[in-house]
Design a protein around this ligand. Sequence first.
Ligand code: PLP
Length: 232
Amino acid sequence: MREMDLQNNYRAVREKIDETCRKAGRDPGEVTLIAVSKTKPLSDIESLIKIDVNDFGENRPQELKEKFDLVSTPVRFHQIGHLQTNKVKYIINKAVLIHSVDSMKLAQMIEKEAAKKEIIVNVLVEVNYAGEDSKFGVKPEEAANLVKEIAASFRHIKVKGLMTIAPFVSDPEENRPVFRGMHELLLDIKSQNIDNVDMSILSMGMSNDYLVAIEEGSTMVRVGTAIFGERE
Ligand SMILES: *Cc1c(COP(=O)(O)O)cnc(C)c1O
């Protein structure tokens, strides 16, 4: 896509976010826009860096690593997609936040690699709120337990909140109950004041439904198509 179009798309999305925040009585500074650059060339990332975009989302670990290594200016790369244990090593000291932790087995591998590097890795627990077969993530009623187990077992992992990928729907309003339920779940876990857990991040909302997600309390939206255009 042309550089100017990309930059304009990003600005338009950001403006809609800010306006939705104001209408909902929220501070726009609370909402991070992650530009989901998966499958898109490094040049697209560079175009956005020129207008000071700092947060990018990738779903394939090798692609995140490659872009991290090649980008001209250090930016924040988020691992947003499903992560297999054997791929953790690619992104362990590169992803600013892993959005997709959904098992103790994966957390165990993150702990092992983080301990080797002597770093603390920030993660979100992924919740399959609507219980779709096609999606990764724990059931909502299992989320609190996984958060507790991770916090109690691993010194090199910090749980910062929850993430969900809402169902694909034609009318974003259909996802409002999902987003509302996720917000309630976050608040419920937060109220348990678990040691070494802060529950400050709620990652939800994509191109089709990010404004509804923000109305319902999202603090991180992951937007690809609305910025970069359709993927191949
Ligand atoms: C691809 C992807 C997105 C962005 O999706 P769009 O509909 O293109 O905005 C967000 N989150 C995850 C986990 C993704 O894999």
